[in-house]
Ligand binder design. Structure first.
Ligand SMILES: Nc1ncnc2c1ncn2[C@@H]1O[C@H](COP(=O)(O)OP(=O)(O)OP(=O)(O)O)[C@@H](O)[C@H]1O
Ligand SMILES: [Mg+2]
Length: 500
């Protein structure tokens, strides 16, 4: 039975067509993957469905009735819940206040019934297996927890159709498995899901059917069981897809990063040497301490013990500014929280870091900045209209590319990249891997933190596996595989030895 039917949907922004007569339908009790490259129009189509944007043309039928209204409140009432790609919570409110926003429970006198809301929030978290205090301020939550709260909030809406737009970008594997169980449970009850993700493993594990969009056009719909990741990738990117291996063995130069017993908040006793021109992949379970280590190298969190040498020079009284003067740059994880300056244009978002470094001259030389941005825009294939557009008008993956461009623009020699391909589509991922290899051949040193082992297999000379804040193992390129890494990342290898 059909639950949702969107026909002939078109939408333009400022004269640019982003959806062109698109059809999309979802059956009752299915998970429907909505696929497409960065900027294909996935989030826009869902924003139209949820009443965030108004459509220029087309019809929507939901649960057998036309869905005319284009307000978020009305679509929520009709039974549609939306987990947005970018976090959409109020940091200055508590967890339960976020859940009950606009749906507050009040007593007979119209006074807020806090106790009831806290109790209900607790019950919700228990049913989801999420460990969260309803009275905690959202600003104190880690990003993964915020994403879980977004999901919990949507599930609380008791909707018939749930839109999950890249819901797992900040979740660990356990949390993802839990979310998938929950989705399957709700599916068995006849609920439906639109699932947007750039992770093929997730799509093939969870979805029943799929629809591919390309450049705002409907391309194809079908059953997941009848296709393969390669086939849908071809549909997404057209014939131009180039995933040729770009890794080349290189002679590595002198050490540029030397860590000796380095200790800080979240990591301890890290001893490592990284050479000029090397690409090192870091991985571990979420919370293993790699992000914190990167932050310490970048001068963002304090070093509490041990030594850090950059280009042979011991660093003392570290700060971000010092790190940048040492030609270190950092693409931080979770772009919305840590990187995107929403009120700035693409151009401003691009030059902000470089200008902070070299900014004794107050003046911005627009022509020079534009030239630099256009070069990076080409190299990274950023889909945008004008450099003066707000960064928030870009699709998620294109925003991520602007952040990468920002740090390439600083001309750093050492690049720390924390989950750099967050939200980047399969084709663009391959392009970014090529770029990393090209940078390495030019003598740049790159440290990549990722949960995706195939990513490390693609880019890295060596893999460093973290467990509970320190280095658990180091694997040479030819030893890197999913199983070997997971054994180390979960410490299962030592547990097994103890049990024998
Ligand atoms: N508010 C807006 N103003 C102007 N252009 C917009 C706006 N929202 C989206 N667009 C444009 O619409 C196009 C489609 O964007 P959309 O966010 O739907 O892509 P997506 O398929 O979700 O991509 P991603 O995988 O990167 O999230 C992009 O070119 C984007 O720049
Ligand atoms: Mg999107």
């Amino acid at each position: 039975m059909e639950m949702l039917n969107m026909t002939d949907i078109s939408k333009s922004f400022f004269g640019v067509t982003v959806l062109n007569h698109v059809n999309f339908s979802v059956e009752k009790g299915e998970v429907h993957a909505l696929l497409g490259e960065n900027g294909a129009g996935k989030s826009t189509l869902m924003n139209i469905l949820a009443g965030v944007y108004t459509r220029d043309s087309g019809q929507i039928r939901f649960l057998g009735k036309p869905l005319e209204s284009s307000s978020v409140a009305a679509t929520e009432r009709a039974g549609i819940a939306f987990v947005h790609q970018e976090l959409n919570l109020f940091n200055d409110l508590t967890v339960y206040e976020n859940i009950f926003l606009r749906k507050e429970i009040t007593n007979k006198l119209g006074v807020l019934d806090k106790k009831a809301m806290i109790r209900e929030a607790k019950e919700l978290f228990d049913s989801l297996g999420v460990d969260m205090d309803p009275c905690e301020m959202v600003s104190n939550l880690e990003t993964g927890k915020k994403q879980l709260l977004e999901i919990a909030k949507a599930l609380h809406a008791k909707a018939e159709l749930f839109i999950l737009d890249e819901p797992t970008t900040a979740l660990n594997n356990e949390e993802i498995a839990h979310l998938f169980q929950l989705v399957n449970r709700l599916k068995a009850d006849g609920k439906s899901f639109v699932f947007i993700s750039h992770k093929m493993t997730e799509i093939f594990a969870l979805a029943d059917r799929y629809t591919v969009l390309r450049n705002g056009e409907f391309i194809h719909s079908g059953a997941i069981a009848d296709t393969t990741p390669q086939a849908v990738t071809r549909m997404m990117v057209g014939e131009s897809f180039n995933d040729a291996e770009s890794y080349q063995e290189r002679d590595l130069d002198q050490p540029v990063l030397e860590l000796e017993g380095l200790t800080g908040p979240g990591f301890h006793d890290v001893t490592l040497t990284v050479r000029k021109g090397e690409v090192v992949g870091f991985t571990g379970l979420v919370g293993a301490g790699i992000s914190e280590l990167f932050q310490a190298i970048f001068g963002e969190v304090p070093i509490q013990g041990g030594t850090l040498k950059i280009n042979g020079e011991a660093v003392t009284g570290h700060s971000i500014h010092k790190a940048m003067q040492h030609k270190v740059s950092m693409v931080a994880a979770n772009r919305k929280e840590n990187s995107v300056v929403p009120d700035f244009s693409l151009l401003e978002n691009n030059y902000i870091s470089e200008h902070t470094l070299s900014g004794r001259i107050q003046h911005i030389f627009r022509k020079k900045e534009l030239d630099k941005f256009q070069t990076l825009r080409k190299a990274l294939n950023i889909k945008a209209n004008s450099p003066d557009d707000s960064i928030t008008s870009l699709s998620g993956g294109n925003q991520q590319k602007v952040i990468l461009a920002r740090w390439l623009n600083t001309q750093a020699d050492i690049l720390l990249m924390d989950n750099p391909t967050q939200g980047i589509d399969v084709g663009a991922k391959a392009e970014i891997y090529h770029l990393i290899h090209q940078l390495a051949r030019e003598g740049k040193t790159i440290l990549v933190n990722t949960l995706e082992i195939p990513e490390i297999q693609q880019v890295a000379d060596r893999c460093v596996v973290f467990y509970h804040g320190s280095v658990q193992a180091q694997l040479a390129r030819q030893e890197i595989n999913e199983e070997a890494v997971m054994l180390q990342a979960t410490n299962a290898i030592n547990t097994a030895e103890v049990l024998q």
